[in-house]
Design a protein around this ligand. Structure first.
Ligand SMILES: [Zn+2]
Length: 175
């Protein structure tokens, strides 16, 4: 896969009208799944409250520690996402938007981060995409405050919505 093709794919994913009514609900998160040939892309977006229990930049040592732990969990692609083993998927790209979890020296930035969110995009390349029936997500283990995940899957079978409530793990990719 060329870099250009990958960028086009990511652009298409970013422009998908999946979450037309963008919701920011504490305890919840959103997951967009896109399947395109051998590519599987997962776009996860959550209120900071769902991840760390506060929605400003970390101030106290305890908040910094919580923020660092959340960032580490978001970075751990292998722990968070397990596509069906038979599909032979390997992670190729991970992109995090975790600015709101970073300490800031400027008070203005702290104010601007109210009701902040963090997001991650994870792309896999699957050698046997026909075998890809589900992805196991471990978000509820990684983030104890998270209670509900609103999922939208866009793939060869069309668009499917599903809601996962703690402790459900399986994101179904086919009807
Ligand atoms: Zn909020």
């Amino acid at each position: 896969m060329t870099r250009t093709a990958s960028l086009l794919f990511m652009l298409a994913l970013a422009m998908a009208p999946a979450w037309a009514q963008h919701s920011h609900v504490h305890g919840q998160a959103r997951l967009d799944v896109a399947i395109d040939g051998p590519l599987l892309a997962l776009a996860f977006e959550a209120p900071l409250d769902s991840l760390v229990g506060f929605e400003h930049r970390p101030r106290s040592p305890a908040q910094r520690q919580a923020a660092e732990a959340a960032i580490a969990r978001l970075r751990d692609t292998a722990a968070l996402w397990q596509p069906d083993a038979a599909a032979q998927c390997s992670a190729t790209e991970t992109t995090l938007d975790i600015d709101a979890l970073q300490p800031s020296a400027t008070p203005a930035a702290a104010v601007a981060a109210e009701h902040a969110e963090a997001s991650g995009r994870y792309v896999f390349h699957c050698a046997a995409p026909a075998q890809l029936k589900a992805v196991t997500q471990n978000l509820f283990d990684a983030f104890p405050r998270l209670q509900r995940l609103d999922v939208q899957v866009a793939g060869p079978g069309g668009q499917v919505k599903q809601t996962l409530r703690r402790p459900a793990k399986a994101v179904r990719l086919v009807r």
